[in-house]
Design a protein. Structure first.
Length: 554
């Protein structure tokens, strides 16, 4: 690794992270045309379930309007009409051929008087780095592990099934959780091609949980699961106008999730409302004997948001992280409106709160990621055995070279190569970098700022409006705030905060470890006080003329 990390790499770190019959994997996209031109605007077909919440779906099943099977059929038809054809958002990489049978069993349980909980019969999509038993594959977007199902459920997948969720399918992602190249395009994988942002199809959905974000936003499912190492839940949630929760490290098990770096990896819920995200998080969370980090959790989900969530804002001490403002004047404008709404609802704003991240944090984080990626991926691939075509990172690098036309048509694998050069986790360089990450984000950084100012949460823009997808030059990140919570292992909740030229922007509520109950009440209060969520119209490009005309008319 060079003595310094170039600026592009550091910016990229801000978004790392991890007919209605059910079908298997989609046909392999052509590398020459991963994202065909969006064309003219097309009105999506009317959808019976559009923007319905988990509670509304549950009520409809209780009243007999729908069955779990019917919900699956409706979402599968929507995926076929809008994701795979029509506007072709390209967010769902595979649907589960066993989903309808699973829904039938849950319908039978309901008829027999058994209800497993709020998710009983509700269709859920999983990011395709989360293992599932059965015919569906778990590929992380790579051809090297495609074609051979993992044959087992991740711990969180099993938890969701036990809670009554129907695993509808898998979502596309940035291949290997966006940790392959400094010039990658978020939402592209060799297995799935390029996912598009449903608010403007020529724009990027951000992060590596890009398919989960786009699928929830476009109403291809009720809720979805993503994963984050640094930004890959909150960034796509912000860019696609939904709620995303990056939990405290250890709240959700990592067993059966394709790893990037164990000291920062976590799965998290992605939903259209805070209440739906809470329902999903509650089902996912739990102590896993195979994941020691989960034994530290003082709670395992379940948050009462109350009949009037806005009340939670009264008296809350919220710090404003001004150092993360200033990268886009229209985003700043939305943030000021958000701060005003929070103040009007009774929150006490501590403005500003000084949290200037030490410059050495960037290099320390990258060092940790490179070491842990090699060690963790080698262990994971060894555990996959014959269900993967490669046994370790070195073999994966060679596989990509042999299949360059399909695996590397646009960008390379220099991060893989740098990781492969690292030694074992017993190296002093790794121990020093890991210790520095903890010291700079907890003792001297985010943890100190939260404690010293007695804050319930720190506020910052989650990111900027989505950029135009660019396979030639890669991603064009504007700004973000995910790094300190990601490195510290603290929770981060993003909620829609408005639009810039029709493109969603989120605000982050960042808290101390295990502060999810308080953070989620605050996030729900802001959501209800502002109600910024609106469904995408699947436009070919951003609404560049809407705001100037509105300003002129005013």
């Amino acid at each position: 690794m060079p003595p310094t990390v170039d600026r592009r790499t550091l910016i990229k770190l801000a978004a790392l992270g991890a007919g209605a019959a059910a079908t298997g994997c989609r046909p392999q996209p052509s590398p020459a045309e991963p994202a065909a031109a969006a064309g003219s605007a097309t009105s999506p077909p009317a959808f019976e379930l559009e923007e319905l919440t988990v509670a509304e779906l549950q009520a409809g099943m209780a009243e007999g309007r729908w069955t779990a099977r019917r919900l699956c059929e409706l979402y599968l038809a929507r995926i076929e009409a809008v994701d795979r054809t029509g506007p072709a958002v390209n967010s769902v990489i595979a649907t589960d051929p066993a989903a309808l049978a699973a829904a039938d069993r849950l319908d039978e349980e309901r008829r027999g008087g058994r209800l497993r909980g709020p998710l009983h019969g509700v269709p859920v999509l999983l990011k395709d780095n989360i293992e599932t038993a059965g015919a569906m594959e778990t590929t992380a977007g790579s051809l090297a592990v495609a074609g051979r199902p993992a044959g087992r459920d991740a711990f969180l997948t099993a938890r969701l099934r036990e809670a009554g969720a129907v695993i509808l399918g898998k979502t596309n992602l940035s291949e290997w959780a966006n940790f392959r190249s400094e010039r990658s395009s978020s939402g592209w994988s060799a297995v799935g091609g390029q996912t598009r942002n449903p608010y403007a199809l020529d724009r990027n959905p951000c992060g590596s949980s890009s398919g989960s974000g786009a699928a929830v936003a476009a109403n291809f499912c009720a809720v979805a699961v993503g994963t984050e190492t640094d930004g890959s839940v909150v960034c796509p949630s912000s860019a696609t106008g939904i709620v995303g929760i990056k939990p405290t490290l250890g709240l959700v098990s990592r067993t059966g999730v394709v790893p990037l770096a164990h000291s920062q990896d976590t799965a998290g819920p992605m939903a259209r409302t805070v209440a739906d995200a809470v329902a999903l998080l509650t089902a996912m969370a739990g102590t896993d004997p195979a994941d020691g980090a989960t034994r530290q959790a003082p709670w395992t989900g379940g948050v009462e948001l109350g009949a009037d969530p806005v009340r939670a804002l009264r008296g809350a001490r919220l710090g404003v992280w001004r150092e993360r403002f200033g990268f886009h004047e229209r985003v700043d404008r939305l943030m000021e409106e958000a701060l005003a709404a929070l103040g009007d609802a009774g929150a006490e704003l501590v403005d500003p709160v000084g949290l200037e991240l030490a410059p050495e944090l960037d290099e320390a984080e990258m060092t940790v990621l490179l070491y842990e990626f090699k060690a963790d991926l080698d262990a994971y691939l060894a555990g996959r055995g014959q269900t993967a075509q490669v046994a370790d990172l070195a073999a994966l690098i060679e596989f990509n070279r042999r299949h360059r036309d399909r695996e590397m048509p646009y960008f390379e694998q220099e991060l893989f190569e740098r990781a492969q050069e690292k030694g074992p986790l017993s190296d002093p360089a790794y121990a020093e970098a890991l210790a520095a990450c903890g010291r700079l984000t907890r003792e001297r950084g985010l943890g100190r700022a939260l404690a010293a100012n007695r804050l319930d949460a720190l506020l910052a823009p989650t990111g900027g409006p989505a950029w135009v997808t660019d396979l030639v030059n890669g991603d064009h990140f504007g700004g973000g705030s995910s790094q300190p919570a990601a490195v510290a292992g603290y929770p981060n909740v993003t909620v829609p905060a408005g639009f810039v030229f029709g493109l969603p922007v989120g605000i982050s509520f960042i808290g101390a470890a295990w502060s999810e109950p308080r953070l989620l009440r605050l996030a729900a209060g802001f959501e209800q006080a502002t109600r910024h969520r609106r469904a995408p119209r699947l436009l070919p490009s951003a609404e560049l003329e809407v705001e100037p005309r509105a300003a002129f008319a005013a």
